[in-house]
Design a protein around this ligand. Structure first.
Ligand code: NAG
Ligand code: ZN
Length: 433
């Protein structure tokens, strides 16, 4: 069971605690002397021979897992192995990319066709679409190195929070950046930040939630003082990889600093516990009709909202894609629940496979998180054709989960008969426009 690896690597996590602390509070150029101060003398000989790069590699526990797999003689998945791909698959993937802006884009198929490289391939394509390499004078080798690191630092063992989710959010983000209301107003920097934040927003996600990290006294919880623990880690990991790859090293320090800070503000906005704060601000702006997209600060706010929408847009997709995401996220919850049961911890809400069924979890998620957000996004876009499509899918998918929930409760007298929805589910009759 993959989730157990989480505990077995406790020793390496302690190392990350020290190093994670170091990245937060000290500058790169004093990293080496500081590092030798905080590591016990028994380890010093080893440490001094480490290059800065090797030290930084230890920062991520995903990277530790790769290292340990190598030690056990297992070959890790290498994102760079494109040459092994069948030309036919690559041709099909390229064909899919020509339709990357369509809402029914099948990211699962794209990920299979690209041999698990969907995030890197998608980002490279979108950077070309927007001519970002030229605009920011990016070094293409550094860009590939950065994107490869991001993709690799997602945990492929997670049923949900893996690189395919990141690619899915990035594809949704691209669709939102294309909204007529927004597209004309966005600067290249806005687009760059939006895509980068989407690609990296869950990087190195451990597959358990913040309350779990707090109650197991995980070092990240104390490092980030129980607040936006995961999101802070995703952001600081991203900054670490930006610096390690040198992607922005040619830019003036104030500009790369501003990019790092804005990425933080975008990624931290995905903390679902801050949902009401963002939602009420958004609602207020729409009520007052005072959003001015000429203002960089207002565009930044809309990017935050767009990223939040992209992050929870699974129920806005066509049923066949939506259902797969739902099953994956619930599987990840259940694994946390199993871990909690095994370690005699209280089982977290939604994590009990026996009590919390997929349909019930999904109906709650749609009703309390997704619908309220997309109702406002719908208003913001005027509404756009894409918004109308998404609202249609939300209603249809919710009706499907309602049917499945009722089917589970209905004695199976006639298995072929369509299950009836519970009273008052007007969504059942809704059709996608
Ligand atoms: C974080 O939460 C734990 C458990 O509730 C508590 O013991 C600890 O003091 C909290 N830490 C901070 C910095 O608030
Ligand atoms: Zn996410």
């Amino acid at each position: 069971n993959n989730s157990h690896a989480f505990f077995k690597h406790g020793l390496s996590l302690n190392v990350e605690f020290i190093l994670g602390f170091a990245t937060l509070h000290i500058n790169c150029n004093i990293f080496d002397p500081f590092f030798s101060l905080i590591v016990s003398s028994a380890q010093q000989g080893e440490v001094e021979s480490c290059t800065r790069r090797k030290v930084k590699r230890l920062l991520s526990f995903q990277r530790y897992c790769h290292a340990s797999r190598l030690l056990r003689g297992l070959v890790p998945h290498t994102p760079g192995s494109l040459h092994l791909l069948d030309d036919d698959y690559l041709g099909q993937a390229a064909h899919m990319l020509s339709k990357v802006g369509t809402w029914n884009f099948d990211i699962f198929l794209f990920d299979r066709l690209t041999n698990g490289n969907s995030l890197v391939m998608l980002m490279c394509h979108l950077f070309n679409v927007y001519d970002l390499v030229h605009h920011f004078q990016l070094d293409i080798v550094k860009l590939h190195r950065f994107l490869g690191m991001v993709q690799e630092d997602y945990h492929s063992q997670n049923p949900y929070h893996n690189a395919v989710h990141a690619a899915d959010v990035t594809q949704a983000m691209y669709c939102y950046l294309q909204e007529p209301k927004l597209a004309e107003q966005l600067s290249p920097l806005d687009v760059f930040l939006g895509l980068m934040a989407a690609a990296a927003h869950d990087v190195d996600h451990p597959g358990v939630n913040q309350p779990f990290l707090i109650k197991t006294q995980h070092h990240l919880a104390s490092l980030y003082q129980n607040t936006s623990v995961l999101e802070s880690h995703h952001w600081r990991s991203t900054v670490g990889m930006l610096r390690e790859s040198g992607l922005l090293s040619h830019l003036p320090a104030d500009m790369s600093g501003d990019i790092e800070a804005q990425l933080g503000s975008l990624i931290l906005a995905t903390d679902i516990s801050r949902q009401n704060e963002f939602l009420s601000t958004f609602r207020e702006h729409l009520d007052n009709q005072d959003l001015d997209l000429q203002l960089a600060s207002h565009r930044h706010f809309i990017l935050q909202i767009a990223l939040k929408c992209a992050d929870v847009c699974n129920p806005c997709r066509v049923w066949e894609l939506s259902r797969q995401w739902s099953e994956r996220v619930c599987e990840e919850f259940y694994r946390q629940g199993d871990l909690e049961r095994e370690y005699d911890l209280e089982i977290s809400p939604l994590c009990n496979q026996q009590a919390d069924t997929v349909p019930v979890i999904q109906i709650g998620f749609i009703s309390y998180i997704v619908e309220p957000l997309f109702v406002e996004w719908h208003r913001f876009t005027d509404p756009s054709p894409l918004s109308l499509t998404m609202m249609g899918h939300i209603h249809k998918n919710k009706a499907c989960w309602n049917n499945l929930r009722c089917a589970a409760h209905t004695p199976t007298h006639s298995p072929t008969e369509e299950p009836e929805p519970e009273g008052g589910d007007e969504e059942v009759d809704d059709e996608i426009p």
